[in-house]
Design a protein around this ligand. Sequence first.
Ligand code: AP5
Ligand code: MG
Length: 190
Amino acid sequence: MLNIVIFGAPGSGKGTQSDFIVKKYGLVHLSTGDILRAEIAKGSEIGKMADSLISKGNFIPDDLMINILNANIDLYPTAKGFIFDGFPRTLTQAEALDSMLKKRNIKISLMLNIDVQTNELVKRLLERGKTSGRSDDNLQTIHQRLQVYEAKTLPVIQFYDRQGKSNRINGTGTMEEVFAEICKAIDSVK
Ligand code: AP5
Ligand code: MG
């Protein structure tokens, strides 16, 4: 089984590259941001709670997020593997993911750390905000998302470094160039 954590700051290209990976490697894409936005669209209790946190650029509490991810893994019992996009975002989530997978006798094969400079991230998200309809694609929320990323999510890189699984990917080329680098990293562990 091939299980990938796709990691990077807001706007680094996690969703874009996940789509390419799904097409080539046939994995199941679990994006916690997409799952939460679907809950908001449904108007569920989780959605109501997530709505204001997301639009302000803050995180959903770890325990809730961990339960949501756990339930979503169970929806795909025959998956060839997963791409985890937007999870883990904290050290607590990283530890929880390892134990969730251990219970199922599977593990993370590699982590892709898509690296893009802050000014480029802001530019991409503002551009996307013109048409995305996402409540978090505005300048004030983008700044908060980047701050929360630095404070809570960056330490997750060391978590995967310690396991020898993290791969830095230069995220500033064209989408195809970034994908070529990602394929090299994936193929080296397959
Ligand atoms: P989430 O949906 O995960 O958002 P994010 O991490 O902020 O990242 P984005 O989806 O904005 O960017 P991306 O890296 O996917 O880039 P994309 O491919 O779209 O989370 C949203 C919120 O949900 C969080 O803030 C939090 O509130 C909550 N949440 C989610 N998970 C959580 C968790 N685990 N715990 C707690 N809370 C959680 O690309 C961006 C743009 O750039 C696009 O327009 C794209 O076309 C363009 N682009 C992509 N690649 C390139 C390239 N190579 N060159 C030029 N442009 C490019
Ligand atoms: Mg995304």
